[in-house]
Structure formats: structure tokens, C-alpha cells
Design a protein around this ligand. Structure first.
Ligand code: ZN
Length: 307
């Protein structure tokens, strides 16, 4: 009996671990409302609202009403929006001060959107998206990031949202230096800003292109890890394929999450899987649904295999 009781506790504990989640742009041809309802029918209740869907849902003056409608829809259907992605083109360390200010303003708005939608984690790319060609530029970009995130962290703190800075990709000796390609870049930036409102979003594909060891990188994120982008590639570029569609070491990924007791979204961000191979048209909806079932089987295999 005691043994059984112990087993039940372990299972319950494990159910609280990392949660399989899907990024809504997998169905970008649908409205956010329709994606959420489709996912509920398929048995998926954990999601990331993509930057594209976030943009659609906040278009127009009635954004508060639109977001409150979506928040209610989630509450009624037991949907957890774990994370939301801010616009991909945002650059809070743009060298042009006017562009930078505009982008900081947009980031501020998105923290508000996350707040209205009751989303705890907002994913944002570190500034300096074009990379640094010379060392001098590298330190300027770093300083601009510190200043911008100092400001954004105060907004995030007030609105009870955590900003998750994502690791970027950088192919050694091929690409310009990209701040955030290494986890220590992110830790250094967050340490310097010194706010608990900042955390990390770990992107497995970016890490694989940069050549990071998955277990080590996830451990470096540690308690700051609040969000993830899960996809695979062959290391030559950001292909955003399904798990096991490339050469990412998935057992190391899962062991890494387990080692830091990560218990948030294992969020698939797989734009390499929702279109025909030439990338022109979307795959039929039932084919995409079937891919999600397949993803669920892989996730089961990975978590059972490991635990
Ligand atoms: Zn991203």
C-alpha cells in the first residue's frame, strides 16, 4: 500500500512537469479565436499566442475588448496561454534612436496586451537584430539593451508580466556577433538590469545552429527559464521542424528541463511543418491536426523514456 501511495505521488508530481504546448501560428490561416477552439477540440489546452495572432487580436481601437473576449474564451474552455510572442521585428537596441524609441513603445504596449490577456510570460528578442560587425558596435548594442530592459522591466513589474529574452542564433565565423546567441549573454544582461521581471525563453533551434550543448545551455538558464520554443533543425539554419526532424539531441533537452525542474510550457514553434515543402500554401487542416497528434506521441515517448 505504501508503495502504491508513493507511486501515485510521483505520477502527480510528474504531471506537474513540463507541459506540451503549441504556438498558434501553426494555424495562421485561422483567427486566434478559431485556433483556440480547434485546439480545445483536439485536446490541446496549452498555447503560445504568436506575434502574428497577437497583432491581429490587437488591431484597432477596441483591442481591450478583443483581448477580454479572448481571455473569457480561455477561461471558459480551460485554455492556458503560457506565453505570447512580441513582434519579431522589434529592436530595443536599434542604433537609430527614433526607431529604438518607437520599438520600446511597441514593447511597452505588448506588455499591456499580455497583462490584459492574463498571460504571465511575454517573449522578446534581445536588441541588435542585425548583429555587430565590429567590437565597438557590440558594446554599444549591449549598453542600449541594458537601458531599454531597465525601463521595460519596470513596466513589466507594474503589470505583473515577466519578459522572457530569447536566445538567438549565430553561426561561428559566418554571422555577425549576435547578442543573446549564448546563454551567458542573457544572464549577463539580466544580472546588470537586476530585475526579477526578466527571464529567458530557450529556443532549441537557435541553440542548435549556434552549436550549444542542450543540457548545459538549459542548466545555464536555470531558474530564469520561463518559456520555450521547441523545434528541430540540422544545424545549418533555422528550419523549425518537428522534434526528431533534425539533429537536436532531445534526450539532452528533456534531461536539461528535468534537471532544473522546469514546469512550464514545452512549446512547439514549428513553422517548418505547417506548409507544403516549397512553403507556398498551408497544409490542409486535418493534416496539421494529425501532425499535432504525432507531436504528442513523440512527447510521450520522450518524457516516459526519460523519467
Ligand atoms: Zn522568437
Amino acid at each position: 500500500m505504501r508503495e502504491n501511495g508513493f507511486a501515485i505521488v510521483i505520477i502527480a508530481y510528474r504531471r506537474n512537469e513540463v507541459r506540451l504546448s503549441i504556438w498558434t501560428s501553426f494555424y495562421l490561416d485561422l483567427t486566434l479565436r478559431d485556433v483556440l477552439l480547434r485546439l480545445v477540440r483536439l485536446g490541446w489546452k496549452d498555447v503560445e499566442v504568436s506575434a502574428e495572432h497577437g497583432q491581429m487580436a490587437t488591431h484597432g481601437d477596441d483591442w481591450k475588448e478583443q483581448l477580454s473576449f479572448l481571455r473569457n474564451l480561455c477561461e471558459e474552455n480551460g485554455i492556458n496561454i503560457w506565453q505570447m510572442h512580441s513582434p519579431l521585428e522589434l529592436d530595443v537596441a536599434d542604433l537609430n534612436p527614433k526607431t529604438r524609441e518607437k520599438d520600446i513603445e511597441t514593447a511597452t504596449k505588448w506588455i499591456q496586451y499580455a497583462h490584459e490577456l492574463s498571460v504571465p510570460y511575454l517573449v522578446i528578442h534581445p536588441g541588435g537584430r542585425h548583429g555587430a560587425k565590429i567590437e565597438e558596435e557590440e558594446s554599444i548594442i549591449y549598453k542600449l539593451n541594458v537601458d531599454s530592459f531597465k525601463y521595460l522591466a519596470t513596466v513589466a513589474e507594474e503589470l505583473n508580466v515577466k519578459l522572457c529574452i530569447e536566445n538567438m542564433q549565430e553561426r561561428e565565423n559566418k554571422d555577425p556577433k549576435r547578442l543573446g546567441a549564448y546563454i551567458y549573454d542573457l544572464n549577463e544582461l539580466i544580472d546588470e538590469v537586476g530585475s526579477d521581471s526578466l527571464g529567458i525563453c530557450f529556443d532549441t533551434s537557435h541553440a542548435n545552429v549556434t552549436g550549444l550543448d542542450m543540457f548545459h545551455a538549459i542548466n545555464e538558464c536555470g531558474k530564469r527559464l520561463f518559456a520555450t520554443h521547441i523545434s528541430d533543425n540540422d544545424g545549418s539554419g533555422d528550419q523549425h521542424k518537428m522534434i526528431y526532424g533534425g539533429n537536436v539531441n532531445w534526450l539532452k533537452v528533456i534531461s536539461g528541463f528535468d534537471n532544473i525542474n522546469y514546469d512550464k510550457a514545452f512549446n512547439l514553434e514549428i513553422p517548418g511543418e505547417n506548409r507544403t515543402p516549397k512553403g507556398i500554401s498551408y497544409l490542409p487542416l486535418p493534416i496539421r491536426d494529425a501532425k499535432l497528434n504525432y507531436a504528442r506521441e513523440i512527447f510521450r515517448y520522450l518524457t516516459n523514456n526519460h523519467l
